[in-house]
Every structure is written in structure tokens, then in C-alpha cells.
Design a protein around this ligand. Structure first.
Ligand code: CP
Length: 318
């Protein structure tokens, strides 16, 4: 594998899931693969799970790890070409990226949507600059439009907990005080659409995701109707994607908070969320603390998805 930014990069999902099981049964099986190889993790945004799980995955594979937090100690980066750099930005990303690439073998990048321009975000300008100029295999640690390491972990988790061959999986919008990117819901939809699950998306009017991510999913605007008979409830907030409202918060309606009322209409569903989660905005205390909540094993599977991805990228170096 030469890069990992979307579901297509992982190829056959059955093979990827089999590899995840192999890694889970013996996390250090490929510890020699990364000997004398260095992973650089570049963060433009905060992280707990991605930072720790990806670093742990690299250690599983015997790699060295360098972590750079761009906003804490690095020079402030200019990202646009043609700008006269007479402001507060000391370095251009087009020099910084190849320099970073010269110190490592693989690069992971976290670069969220900025909400200044939908085109800039949806063209994945920052991630693609890393792909173009680093000279190294690049993987996404959540970019503007996708979070594939999370979605792969979500898929592994559903496979582990599902009780029917074709579970009903419902992704529901839920309220949040701030404007959040669409990366997690876009990516989750992309991965669910690559399975044969019964996949439904529910959200208030105005929160339609980009059509390329909705794909063949069923969209149902009535949350309770969508959740009927669900085997998995995947809650997430996102801001508006639609033209004219891009990046805006259109609703903070707590009728959409996932609580007992919502879970009662499901097929005793498991509750999932990528974390971090705002309690009693996205989900009630009772639901997230219930035995049907699998948010912790879901987060733990981030180590597994990252180990599979790094292993494949290391194999691609040969
Ligand atoms: N789910 C996830 O990516 O968590 P972090 O933002 O803490 O890395």
C-alpha cells in the first residue's frame, strides 16, 4: 500500500478484517517489519486516541516515532502559494513538507477542515500537499473530509459484535455546541457503503452530507423511524455541508440526543461513537454507561486498524 486516505486504499475488506484479527491475536507478530524505520506523525489539530493508538501501532511494528504538533513549537506555516509572507507565518508548507519527509519513512497527517472554503477543504489541499511533496507514503490521521483509521476501527468493532450477517447500522446526527467537520460521518458512510450492511443515515433537514459519501445509504429524516430495529446506533455531530451553509450549526435540538427514548425502538442496539463525546448533548449518561455501549472497545480497535495500515505501508516500502 502506498497511501491510506480512503476506503479504496485498503482494498478487499474481508482481507483487511482477516488481517485485523491476525494482529489482534498477536500484536507483535510483525515487530521486525519496522526495525530502523521511522514514523512521523504531524498534527495540525488536537488528538487523544489517534495520537496514542497510532504511536502504539508503530511500537507494535518495531518502529521509531517522531511527533510534531504544528501549533506547539513549530514555525507557523503558510499553506497558500503566491502569498507575500510578510505576516506572522515564518515558513511555507512547501519547504516544510519535504524537510519532514527527509527525516522519516512514513508520514501520518491530521489536518481538519478549516471551514474557510468548502473547495479548499473538499480538495484535501493539505493532505494532498503531503502526498505530493513529502516523497513518503502518507496516511490520514483525520483529514478535512475523511477519518479512515476511525472508520476501519468502527468496521472491526461491528464485525466483532454483530449477531446477524447483515446488521442494521444507523448513523444519527446529534447536537453539539460547536461546528464540527463532516470527516467522521463522511468516512463512516463511505466504509458502511462498502459493506453489505443495511445502512441508514438520519439527520435534521439541512444536514445532508455530500452525495459522494451518502452513496446508496437510505436517508430518513425521522430519527425514531430510522432507529427502528437498529442493531448498531452510531451517533455523531456534524455541521452543515450544503452550499451557503457550509460549516454552520443549524440546530442544537436536544430531541436528537441519543437517550433511552431512541434506544428503546432499536433491536437492543449497541451504541457507538468515535469519541471524544459531549455527554447529554450527543448521548445521555445512561446510554453511554449502559452495557450496550461499546465506545471503549471501539476506541481500543484504533490500535488494531492503525497496526494493519502501518504494516501494509511498511510492506509497500520494499
Ligand atoms: N476518534 C478520534 O480520532 O479521537 P481523537 O480526536 O482523540 O484522536
Amino acid at each position: 500500500m502506498k497511501k491510506f486516505t480512503c476506503v479504496q486504499d485498503i482494498g478487499d475488506l474481508h482481507a483487511a478484517l482477516a488481517e485485523a484479527t491476525e494482529i489482534k491475536n498477536d500484536r507483535f507478530k510483525y515487530v521486525e517489519l519496522g526495525r530502523n524505520k521511522t514514523l512521523m506523525m504531524v498534527f495540525f489539530n488536537s488528538s487523544l486516541r489517534t495520537r496514542l493508538s497510532t504511536q502504539k501501532a508503530a511500537l507494535n511494528l518495531g518502529m521509531n516515532v517522531i511527533v510534531l504538533d504544528i501549533n506547539q513549537g513549530a514555525w507557523k506555516l503558510e499553506t497558500e502559494r503566491g502569498v507575500i509572507m510578510d505576516g506572522d507565518k515564518s515558513e511555507h508548507i512547501l519547504e516544510a513538507i519535504p524537510v519532514m519527509g527527509s527525516y522519516c519513512d512514513l508520514i501520518g497527517v491530521r489536518s481538519f477542515a478549516r471551514f474557510e472554503s468548502r473547495d479548499f477543504d473538499y480538495q484535501e489541499t493539505i493532505l494532498n500537499q503531503f502526498i505530493q511533496y513529502s516523497g513518503r507514503p502518507v496516511f490520514s490521521m483525520e483529514a478535512a473530509t475523511r477519518h479512515p483509521l476511525q472508520s476501519f476501527a468502527d468496521l472491526i468493532t461491528i464485525e466483532e459484535y454483530k449477531q446477524t450477517a447483515r446488521p442494521k447500522v444507523v448513523m444519527t446526527w446529534a447536537p453539539h455546541p460547536n461546528a464540527l467537520p463532516q470527516a467522521v460521518p463522511n468516512s463512516f458512510a463511505e466504509w458502511m457503503n462498502a459493506t453489505d450492511y443495511d445502512f441508514v443515515i438520519t439527520h435534521p433537514h439541512g444536514y445532508e452530507l455530500a452525495p459522494e459519501f451518502v452513496g446508496n445509504a437510505r436517508v430518513e429524516y425521522d430519527q425514531l423511524k430510522a432507529l427502528e430495529g437498529a442493531d448498531f446506533v452510531y451517533a455523531k455531530n456534524w455541521s452543515a455541508y450544503t452550499d451557503g451553509n457550509y460549516g454552520k450549526v443549524l440546530s442544537r435540538d436536544r430531541n436528537w440526543t441519543v437517550g433511552e427514548r431512541q434506544m428503546a425502538v432499536t433491536n437492543n442496539a449497541y451504541f457507538m461513537h468515535c469519541l471524544p463525546v459531549r455527554r447529554n448533548m450527543i448521548v445521555t449518561d445512561d446510554v453511554i454507561e449502559s452495557p450496550r455501549s461499546i465506545v471503549i472497545p471501539e476506541a481500543a480497535n484504533r490500535e488494531i486498524s492503525a497496526t494493519v495500515v502501518l504494516k501494509r505501508l511498511l510492506e509497500g516500502l520494499k
